[in-house]
Design a binder for this molecule. Structure first.
Ligand SMILES: [Zn+2]
Length: 423
């Protein structure tokens, strides 16, 4: 059994549908990955975990003065509902939340630029904003060719800074609202919270020589709303499936675990749940290899390493030896490698990023019809992963020290919002 990029790409095509956290579609994709892994005769199972979910039943945004117009809007999942009859208030555009903006935000319906980051949320809550509006996309997006993004007020925000009313609109509408000088708004939001179930697909091949040393392969298989996530990240999911097929047929020296993570797009929930559920075995883990985005036709290879400069040098040398051009660097990467590095496990990400103009992510353009990914390009990361996996697995003495540099540790802590006082 050899790896096959064409076989991997066929599976990718089969799973090229929206797979949002806790949806039936996410479950269906997990089931299909499980069946595919079972074909190799390895031990594989689904591990479920709970996710704080929200559902928006009704949402409305109307500018009431100095002109009247209703805009298409989505409510943040897990935001709180407006009072009966909705909320009428003054509109204020707080751009980037500088002190002057904060002075003026109290009691207003406040719109900010772009995403609602945790630091922005903290400022808005402390300033006493009545409601929050964000926007998504770009001002040239047109209805029918783009979507009004659906977002969620995640727990790292609400747990520390309380609940809020939050809405999202299109960038083009945000610009119109500001241009036309909106002063007053009426908004309505009816939402409910519930606990959803997401799942990881977990396979194991026991090592024949060093069964107590574990190499963990990871890829998330969920997608965001409106996206079929073929690039992000069915590409990585099918690559680790090929590695599983290969190592099921060529038994490794070290134990290999293959995890397809659910709900990564909601804040790495699958890998966080997996690490929490397997805490007692983490001291056996010697390396995590994560693949998140591949197959870009016009693209470039990168390998962010969450370990030390020594590991960067080692991976860089291996890539040169294999003749694979790859930018190997010491850095964090926003993906399932984070919870592993947080537990002191060195992690290597293999990515093939789309080049400018051929890189569609987190929207409806991450789709096969965008013609920006292909099997031949998927083979680049597949071969890279296979080479790296074979070399580390067959080493007489494991070549990667179990160490995370202080700089990476700090970046991981910042990423996970671990404040100085909990360190
Ligand atoms: Zn991803």
């Amino acid at each position: 059994m050899q790896v096959s990029a064409n076989r991997a790409f066929s599976l990718l095509k089969e799973l090229a549908f929206e797979r949002v956290s806790c949806s039936e579609a996410e479950k269906k994709a997990a089931q299909r990955l499980l069946e595919e892994a079972e074909k190799s005769g390895v031990s594989v199972k689904i591990e479920e975990f709970p996710v704080a979910c929200g559902k928006v039943n009704k949402v409305k945004l109307v500018v009431t003065a100095p002109y009247q117009k209703e805009y298409e809007v989505t409510g943040y999942e897990r935001a709180i509902s407006t009072p009966d009859g909705g909320l009428d208030g003054k509109f204020y555009y707080a751009e980037n939340l500088l002190p002057v903006h904060m002075e003026n935000a109290k009691g207003k319906i406040v719109m900010i630029n772009g995403r609602l980051r945790r630091a922005d949320y903290e400022k808005l809550q402390k300033a006493g904003a009545a409601a929050i509006i964000t926007y998504s996309g770009s001002t040239i997006d047109r209805i029918g060719e783009s979507d009004c993004d659906i977002r969620k007020l995640r727990e790292p925000l609400t747990n520390d800074f309380g609940d809020a009313v939050a809405l999202n609109i299109r960038a083009a509408d945000a610009a119109e609202i500001v241009r036309r000088g909106a002063t007053d708004m009426h908004i309505e939001l009816e939402s409910e919270c519930y606990e959803g179930i997401s799942q990881n697909v977990c396979a194991v091949i026991e090592g024949k020589k060093y069964p107590d040393q574990v190499i963990s392969f990871g890829a998330h298989y969920d997608s965001v709303y409106f996206s079929t996530g073929v690039y992000d990240n069915m590409s990585g999911s099918v690559i680790i499936m090929e590695l599983l097929k290969y190592f099921a047929a060529h038994r490794p020296d070290r134990t290999m675990k293959f995890n397809w993570y659910g709900s990564e797009e909601q804040g790495l929930l699958g890998s966080k749940a997996w690490v929490a559920a397997h805490e007692e075995e983490l001291d056996q883990h010697v390396l995590m290899i994560n693949i998140d985005v591949a197959a870009a036709t016009l693209g470039q290879n990168a390998a962010p390493v969450l370990a030390t400069e020594k590991v960067v040098g080692y991976v860089d040398a291996l890539m040169k030896e294999a003749g694979i051009a790859c930018d190997v660097r010491l850095d964090i990467y926003s993906s399932d490698c984070i919870p592993f590095a947080d537990h002191g496990i060195p992690a290597i990400n293999l990515c093939r990023f789309g080049a400018p103009g051929a890189n569609y992510i987190h929207d409806r353009r991450d789709h096969l019809k965008s013609a920006y990914i292909d099997a031949k390009s998927l083979d680049i990361t597949l071969q890279q992963a296979l080479y790296l996996a074979k070399r580390v697995d067959s080493a007489a003495s494991f070549p990667i020290q179990k160490e995370i540099s202080p700089d990476i540790k700090n970046k991981v802590d910042d990423y996970l919002f671990k404040t100085k006082k909990d360190k």
